[in-house]
Write a protein that binds this ligand. Structure first.
Ligand code: MF3
Ligand code: CO
Length: 256
């Protein structure tokens, strides 16, 4: 992606702040007894209230993939990403619920994700969530001008590795700004010869580790969207949109 100008950055900051607000409010809505459909409808209403839109609804990345039918992604337990809210899935005590909220406002896009822990989550799953959030911040710390995309990937991988968790490889972070998905791809593992792009001030990236309690292998469900772990074990997902600066990276998807 082209680095954003300071005028563009003013709008980007606003878009990201709103994405954070929608995510934060929607996380607070999650509790035992609500359905994943209710959660999506709550996010829809919140977006309308804040005057932003969802780039996800009806999103169709390829002709062989059905249009995404919801406003946000709601992924429970073994669902890793791209979960489709449904009236049949009721949140239960002990669930973990990843909410991936992307919003568009005044021509710019903010993207952020958090995994919500509901009630009595087993200690090993709580640990998974803590480590995944830690891995996000490790990745953010590496997003410095002069570093390469691969430095972010390596930082995430190194943070996760001692815990023995599976790191999803099929999906990555990404540039984000005027559109939801821009260059470069930001993988959560190091791969020799990849991620050569140098980071420059003004670049805005979505960094988003997707980490599995068990093995890293995933599959796509019959709905064409929901990505689940093959072993059925839970996965966590945390994401921020960040800005590369001359100094420390700046997290854009924060509340004001
Ligand atoms: N937030 C997701 C990402 O970072 C995009 C959601 S996919 C959609 O790639 F279908 F919901 F749009
Ligand atoms: Co993203």
């Amino acid at each position: 992606m082209k680095p954003l100008s300071s005028e563009e950055l003013v709008k980007m900051r606003e878009a990201c702040r709103i994405a954070a607000e929608v995510l934060d409010r929607t996380c607070k809505f999650v509790e035992e007894g609500v359905t994943t459909y209710d959660i999506d409808q709550f996010a829809k209403r919140t977006m309308a209230e804040l005057g932003c839109t969802s780039p996800c609804i009806n999103y169709k990345p390829a002709s062989n993939i059905p249009a995404f039918p919801r406003y946000i992604c709601v992924s429970v337990n073994e669902e890793v990403i791209h979960g489709i809210g449904t009236l049949n899935r009721v949140i239960r005590d002990g669930d973990i619920v990843s909410l991936d909220v992307v919003t568009a406002y005044n021509g710019f896009v903010g993207d952020n994700t958090r995994t919500v822990l509901v009630g009595n989550v087993p200690a090993d799953v709580r640990k998974l969530c803590e480590v995944t959030e830690g891995a996000l911040y490790a990745g953010i710390s590496a997003a410095r001008a002069g570093n390469r995309v691969s430095d972010i990937s390596r930082a995430v991988e190194r943070f996760v590795k001692p815990h023995g968790y599976g790191i999803v490889r099929e999906f990555c972070g990404h540039g984000v700004g005027r559109s939801m998905h821009d260059e470069p791809q930001v993988p959560n593992y190091y791969s020799r010869g990849e991620g050569k792009m140098k980071l420059r001030p003004g670049m805005t990236l979505a960094i988003e580790p997707m980490i599995c309690l068990g093995s890293r292998f995933v599959k796509t469900e019959a709905d064409g969207w929901t990505i689940t772990t093959r072993d059925g074990k839970p996965a966590a997902h945390y994401e921020h949109t960040i800005l590369v600066t001359e100094g420390d990276p700046e997290v854009l998807t924060v509340l004001s």
